[in-house]
Every structure is written in C-alpha cells, then in structure tokens.
Ligand binder design. Structure first.
Ligand SMILES: NC(=O)c1ccc[n+]([C@@H]2O[C@H](COP(=O)([O-])OP(=O)(O)OC[C@H]3O[C@@H](n4cnc5c(N)ncnc54)[C@H](OP(=O)(O)O)[C@@H]3O)[C@@H](O)[C@H]2O)c1
Length: 331
C-alpha cells in the first residue's frame, strides 16, 4: 500500500475489523515531531481495545490502535529543542495510535533509542521492559531469595519479567499454557515451571513451597487465574493483577484478604510513565535489558503492517511465545 496509511479498528469486534486505509501525511505542530515508523509493537492491550473489553480508556471506532512503536524523526516542530531530523526514537502511551506509517507525536513523549539495538527488538521489548521495571522495582520491597509466581512466563512480558526477576536474585515459579512454553520458561531461568493447562497450579505451588506460598504473584491472565493466585500467597503476600488475557476478574470479595493480611492491586504502565522524568529514568533500566544480547526476547513473527489482523489472530490464539512486530510495507 502507498504511504502514508494507517490500520484502523473500523468497528469493535474480531481481528477482521482491522483495515488499512490511506491517511494524510501528518504535519508537526510546534511541540510535536513527525515520525516515520520502522517497527510497530503489538501488545495485548491492542486486542482488548479492538474487542471492546473495558479498559482504562476505550476509544470509539474508527480509531488507530497501538500504543508503542519505533521510528525516525522526519519533521521537527518549531518549539522542539532536543530532537533533530534523523533521530531514532520510541514511545509508549503517547495518546496516538501507532498502527500507521507516520505519526505526529508530542515531542515530550519521545524516548531516544540508544545505538546498537534493532528497531524490531525495541518495538518488541520497550513496553514489556518498562512494565517489568515498575513491577519488579517499584511495587514491592523484594529481597534476594524471595519466591514469586509469574503467570504466562513464556509470553511477551513474561519472558523479560522472568529473566529480570532471576537477575534480582528471586526464586521464580513460572506457569505457561503448553509443554513447549514450559520448556521456554525453564530456559529463561525459572526455577520451576507449571503447565497450568494440565496441572492445578495452586497445588503445585504449595508443593514446591512446602505450603508456605509465595510473596508476590505477577498475574497478567486475570479471570482464570486470579482466585488461584490469591490462594498461592504467603501471609502478607501481594497479587499484582496487571493484565486480563483470559478476561477481567469479577466478583472479588475484599474480605477474602483479611484473614492472612493479603493485598491485591491492578496497576498500569500508563500511570508509571505519565511523567517524563519517570519515563526516562525507567527507560535507562529498560534499555539496559534490551541492549544485553544475553537477554532473550523471542520475536514470534515480523509481519507487514497490512497484516495486523493476522498478528491479532496469533496473539489471541495463544500460540505465540515472545512478541509480534509489525513493519510498514509500502509500495
Ligand atoms: N498493566 C500493565 O502495565 C501492562 C503493560 C503491558 C502488558 N500488560 C499485560 O501483560 C500481559 C502480557 O502482554 P503481552 O502483550 O506480552 O502478551 P503475551 O504475554 O505475549 O500474550 C498473553 C499470554 O497470556 C496467556 N493467556 C492465558 N489465557 C489466555 C487466553 N484466554 N487468551 C489469550 N492468552 C491467554 C497466554 O500464555 P499461556 O498460553 O502460556 O497461558 C498468552 O501467550 C497482557 O495481559 C497485557 O495486557 C500489562
């Protein structure tokens, strides 16, 4: 397709509602830069918003989905001081849809990309690394040797989270939905990995921890795992429900936390990167992980942007390990 174009969610529904349509070339306002995308992230949140699953913000169709991408600055607004044409930047939660060839971006949301990391790896990893950063470094006072449970450990966030948790000296019990994914979780460094499609993960966690439970559960699956996650906690433990891949948690009774002084929370990266200084400080940590070639971040598929619907089918089909990246295909 001829640039510029964007993939729109034309109405709420399945992957088929994603449609590529021409757009006007964006023009930078004084505080904006225009970016030519080189790699576009596919995150699970894109699926929630396309399907109309209630989220912190649900745009009305038609809208351009996508929260993060990488690209080259091709135009700089008159008031922008710290970026020049040719800079390579990434962004997340910038208030723009990223499934497009070109976008006008508020310059204060741009994150400079250090040299030496491919656009595909940054697109695959930046949201997942920033998320892992706040989950591991800003939510709980971990000590080396603490035991945590990470659900969907072979997925996009799960891969970085598992490796980072090990680097912090935590003991990791992982779950994953197939034997192939269990193997990947172990390769990533998890101390134990449970196939929660065939095994009861609560029973397994209790067995592994001699009934003590874990101090923190990282639960991005939601509906099908949340009650079990709470049951896996040691006294004073925390469930961080940071995603709802299986659906939203419903009907949770706060009183269930009382007897063992448990706590639960439902954070979002959006809040943690809202302030530019916080976002840049977190990016330093995130790029340290992404720049390290020993950090594994599987890229399941690099697909043309016009095949965004196929990317969503793969992600929802639960067959993916690691990330999917879209690249603009232009005539
Ligand atoms: N709150 C935040 O700040 C934040 C930021 C970024 C991402 N997230 C969340 O983190 C999670 C991971 O995101 P990601 O983009 O990297 O996706 P992903 O991990 O690549 O894919 C989601 C995984 O969830 C598991 N899953 C369990 N039940 C599922 C179901 N019914 N349908 C589909 N998948 C199911 C699958 O792994 P198994 O087959 O192994 O179960 C699947 O691979 C998502 O829930 C996302 O919303 C949250």
């Amino acid at each position: 397709m001829k640039a510029p174009y964007a993939v729109y969610v034309t109405k709420l529904g399945g992957p088929e509602v994603l449609q590529a349509l021409p757009i006007d070339m964006p023009v930078a306002k004084p505080n904006e830069v225009v970016i030519a995308h080189t790699a576009i992230a596919v995150n699970f949140v894109d699926v929630y918003l396309r399907a109309g699953q209630p989220h912190s913000h649900n745009p009305d169709p038609p809208f351009i989905p996508g929260v993060s991408a990488v690209g080259r600055v091709v135009e700089v607004g008159a008031a922008v001081k710290d970026l020049v044409v040719g800079d390579i930047i990434t962004y997340t939660n910038a208030g723009v849809g990223s499934y497009c060839t070109h976008v006008a971006l508020p310059a204060d949301r741009a994150i400079p990309v250090p040299p030496g990391i491919s656009a595909e790896r940054v697109a695959a990893g930046i949201v997942r690394a920033l998320t892992s950063q706040y989950l591991l470094k800003q939510m709980y006072p971990f000590k080396a040797g603490d035991t945590v449970l990470i659900h969907a450990a072979a997925g996009g966030v799960g891969q970085i989270l598992t490796q980072w948790a090990k680097r912090l000296g935590l003991r990791v019990i992982a779950t994953a939905g197939s034997d192939k994914k269990v193997k990947i979780a172990l390769e990533l460094g998890a101390d134990y990995a449970i196939n929660y499609s065939t095994q009861d993960f609560v029973t397994e966690v209790k067995r592994i921890t001699n009934n003590e439970g874990v101090c923190v559960v990282f639960d991005s699956v939601g509906k099908t795992t949340f009650d079990g996650s709470v049951a896996c906690l040691a006294p004073k433990g925390l469930v961080i429900n940071f995603g709802t891949a299986s659906g939203q948690v419903e009907g949770f009774a706060l009183q269930d936390l009382h007897a063992r002084s448990l706590w639960v929370c439902r954070p979002t990266l959006r809040t943690y990167v809202a302030k530019r200084d916080d976002m840049l400080a977190m990016s330093v940590d995130a790029f340290e992980m992404l720049a390290d070639p020993t950090v594994r971040l599987d890229i399941e598929a690099v697909l043309p942007l016009t095949q965004a619907s196929e990317a969503h089918r793969l992600l929802e089909g639960r067959t993916t390990t690691g990330a999917i990246v879209l690249v603009p295909d232009v005539d």
